[in-house]
Each structure stands twice: as structure tokens, then as C-alpha cells.
Design a protein around this ligand. Structure first.
Ligand code: 9MR
Length: 434
């Protein structure tokens, strides 16, 4: 299968002779000024670039008599309105490799145009915020109906998104059960107190609260929306080398660590396995996973939980920049994680571009293309076991990065037009690799 080689509509497409357009690969050996060249251990199957004539030569009479090469259409317009034109589907293009997901907020689904695009493009969804502890824990009800070891939850925040997935046959990544962020401090306090003088509960009580929290989320989701969630981010961002823990665990800002101890991760996975449906995959998810110290700590942690039989995958969030990390480092991490025998999900992909000139948007398209190209090559050569790639947001204006309104990290712009990034993710021939 060739991702991105789907039928194009004619608009904005120029037809050129195939010979001239081995161009997709031209410059492949060169270095792009602002970024390290990809040097995958597995070399991409690219032939030497054909010498490029400055102008197409006049056909000679002999050449004209010979059968002509099949013509190849190469896209030159990368800004296609998804409202007016049919575009190829990412999930369809990559179906032999991995599912393609999208992180959304409940608001995204209140927009019919976005809904249509989502259904056409993606077969996996992640709730951006709606399934996190601060969205599910109901303090008022916990105080009135809960017990000291069992909080009460409310699922109003994520019901609509789960329902949408069930109706449309989209699978969901459950994000996220145990995270130091977006969990209220009162959850760790005696009597669920939110007062300044509140004191932490004991390790034993916190373990019971954790188990009851995980149990209730899984039971509710799996009985109300059976078969929708296929993977859970059981623990998110528990590694922070430099915090002083011998295994590189996050200490300073993690109340989970401070109240339970370093084995809160093992316990979370143990409880998750206990209540998960058998076919659901359990993931450890983190950012900057390509940093060597973090990568090593994650591999160690994942191997330990794997020995306990309670983990199925590692999530590489992949909030990356235009030139950092190098794709060499990205590749190393991806291969090391795959060598554990676990699946890898690219769970939160975006590229933090802070300019919207055509030139920079094209550079972003190339970086997306290089990244997907790398995934494809590593998978073709059995070096990586990637089963999902999820974009962290649909349109640039809705990105979490866009606090200043000047970030362009995703595949679609706010007009619901494709960007070069979209075509890059399809490995489209119109986007050069370098
Ligand atoms: O996209 C989320 C954003 O809307 C929230 O403000 C933010 C708050 O923590 O969390 C964002 O999602 C995070 C994800 O859950 C975990 N990895 C980092 C993501 C970006 O911060």
C-alpha cells in the first residue's frame, strides 16, 4: 500500500511528465538548514535523484514516436477547502499500518462541519480534557454520598464524546486515569478537604481511592459504551529524571508519588488490568520520550510492569518542535520502546510552528512527511510496532499551544483547509522530503 497515493480531484493539480518528477526524492541526501537530516538505520527506498533538467527538453521525433511514459499528477495546491472538495482520508491511507486518531474537545463535536471532517479522516479519538480526574471527580457528591476511600464520579463531561464514538464506530483512547496534573488536591486529603490546613490521607486510603477511581471509570465506560475504548493511558507523565528518585520518577509535583510512594505506577496498572475488558490495551504515556534519561527510565519502568503482566504499550506524546528533537533521537526512542515487545502509540502529535508564512508552513509539511516516512520505513522493516498515531487537535486555532494565537501546529487551519502538513502526513509526492 502506498499511503497518500489516492485519487485526487483535478483542481489545483498540475500534470507533468513522470521523468521530471522523480523530484519527490530530489535533495533527499541534503541537509535542511534548520534541521538535522533523518538518517534512519533503515535507509528509505529512494533511488538516486534523476538529473533535473532546467527546462523540459523539446521531444525529438524519435522520442515522440516511442510510447510515452504514464503521466503522473503532482499536487501543487496544498490549501484545499475540506468544505468544497473531497480529500484523501488519513485513516484510510494508513490503514495497513496504524489507526489515525484525533484529540478533541466536546466543543469540536458541536460543529457539524468539523464532525464531518473528523468522520472522514479519523478512526480513533481521544478526549482532550473530558476524561481527566478534574472532569470526572464530583466533590459535592463525594462529600454527600461517597466514603473516605471511595469518591463519587460524574461522566457528564465525556458522555457526548463516548456516545459519538459509539454511534459512528470510532474507537477511543481513554485519557487518562492517573496523572499528577488535572487532579484536584482535595482528592488526596483527609475528608476530601479543600482547606489550607488539610492533611494527606495515608498510603492505604489513597490506594483504595485510586482503585475505586479506576474501577468506576472503567465499569461506567465499559458498560455504558461497550467496545468503544480500546486503550487506556493508565499512568501519564510519571517520569521526571532529575527529581531525585533513583528510578527517575517525578517527585516534586506528583501527589500520587508523595502520598503513595514510587510504586503507585505498579498499583495503578494492577488495578487497571483487574477492571479492564480483556481486549483493552493498557498504556504508559509521557512527553519528551526521546530524551535519553527519560527514555531509559521509561524502558525500565515498562519492563517492570510488563513482567507483572499489566502493560501493553508505551505512548510517545510527541509534542515536537520544528527542529527539536532530531528525528534520529525520535527513531532511537521508538525502536527502544518497540524492543520491549510492547506496542507504541504516538499519542499527542503536533509541531510547534510559530509562523504562518507559506515557506514555514511548507517546512512544517516536510517535517510531518519525514516523520510519517520514518514511521513507515521502521514498520516496513519490523523495527517499530506503532499501532496508532493521534494528532493533538483538529485545527490550528484550537490547539492547546495556541495561547498567543500565533501557533500553527496541526494539519488543518481554522478555515478547515488542509495545510501542507496534511499532505506531508499522507506522504504526498508534492511535498518534498527536504
Ligand atoms: O490539551 C489539553 C489542554 O486543553 C489542557 O489545558 C492541558 C492542561 O494540562 O492539557 C492538555 O493536554 C495534555 C495532555 O492531557 C497530556 N499531555 C500534554 C497535553 C498538553 O498539555
Amino acid at each position: 500500500m502506498q499511503p497518500g497515493r489516492l485519487g485526487w480531484k483535478k483542481n489545483g493539480v498540475c500534470v507533468l511528465l513522470a521523468g521530471i518528477l522523480v523530484l519527490g526524492a530530489a535533495g533527499c541526501g541534503e541537509k535542511n538548514g534548520d534541521e538535522t537530516k533523518i538518517t534512519p538505520s533503515v535507509q528509505p527506498e529512494i533511488t538516486e535523484p534523476a538529473p533535473q533538467p532546467t527546462e523540459p527538453a523539446e521531444p525529438t521525433r524519435a522520442a515522440a514516436a516511442e510510447p510515452t511514459e504514464p503521466v503522473k499528477e503532482v499536487r501543487t495546491n496544498f490549501y484545499v477547502s475540506t468544505l468544497d472538495e473531497e480529500i484523501p482520508s488519513l485513516s484510510e491511507a494508513w490503514k495497513d499500518y496504524f489507526s489515525v486518531g484525533i484529540a478533541l474537545t466536546a466543543n469540536d463535536l458541536r460543529n457539524e462541519l468539523k464532525e464531518e471532517l473528523i468522520l472522514q479522516q479519523f478512526n480513533s479519538m481521544t478526549c482532550g480534557n473530558e476524561m481527566k480526574a478534574d472532569a470526572l471527580l464530583d466533590r459535592a457528591k463525594t462529600l454527600s454520598e461517597g466514603t473516605e476511600n471511595c469518591p463519587v464520579l460524574s461522566f457528564k463531561s465525556c458522555d457526548g464524546m463516548l456516545q459519538f464514538c459509539m454511534e459512528h464506530g470510532i474507537k477511543m483512547r481513554g485519557h487518562t486515569l492517573v496523572w499528577h496534573s488535572q487532579v484536584p488536591e482535595w482528592f488526596f486529603m483527609e475528608g476530601y478537604s479543600n482547606q489550607k490546613d488539610a492533611v494527606f490521607v495515608s498510603r492505604e486510603v489513597m490506594l483504595e481511592r485510586m482503585e475505586n477511581y479506576i474501577r468506576q471509570v472503567m465499569e461506567y465506560v465499559n458498560t455504558t459504551y461497550p467496545g468503544v475504548v480500546y486503550a487506556w493511558d493508565v499512568v501519564n507523565e510519571a517520569i521526571a529524571p532529575g527529581d531525585g528518585d533513583p528510578d527517575g520518577m517525578r517527585v516534586e509535583d506528583s501527589l500520587w508519588y508523595q502520598v503513595i510512594g514510587a510504586d503507585f505506577v505498579d498499583k495503578a496498572f494492577e488495578y487497571a488490568r483487574k477492571y479492564a475488558d480483556p481486549e483493552q490495551k493498557l498504556f504508559y504515556n509521557d512527553f519528551n520520550t526521546y530524551e535519553p534519561a527519560k527514555r531509559l527510565a521509561i524502558v525500565k519502568l515498562a519492563n517492570r510492569i510488563k513482567e507483572q503482566g499489566n502493560i501493553d504499550g508505551i505512548g510517545m506524546q510527541s509534542h515536537i518542535g520544528m527542529s527539536y528533537p532530531s528525528l534520529d533521537d525520535f527513531e532511537t526512542a521508538l525502536c527502544k520502546f518497540s524492543e520491549t515487545g510492547l506496542e507504541v502509540h504516538i499519542t499527542e502529535l503536533d509541531i510547534n510552528l510559530d509562523s504562518n508564512t507559506e515557506e514555514d508552513l511548507m517546512k512544517e509539511g516536510k517535517r510531518y512527511k519525514r516523520l510519517f516516512f520514518l514511521l513507515k520505513n521502521l514498520m516496513d522493516n519490523n523495527k517499530a510496532n506503532v499501532t496508532n498515531v493521534t494528532l493533538w487537535g483538529l485545527t490550528d486555532d484550537g490547539s492547546w499551544l495556541n495561547k498567543d494565537g500565533k501557533r500553527y501546529p496541526l494539519l488543518f487551519n481554522q478555515l478547515l483547509e488542509t495545510k501542507p502538513a496534511f499532505w506531508g502526513a499522507l506522504l504526498d509526492d508534492g511535498i518534498p522530503l527536504y
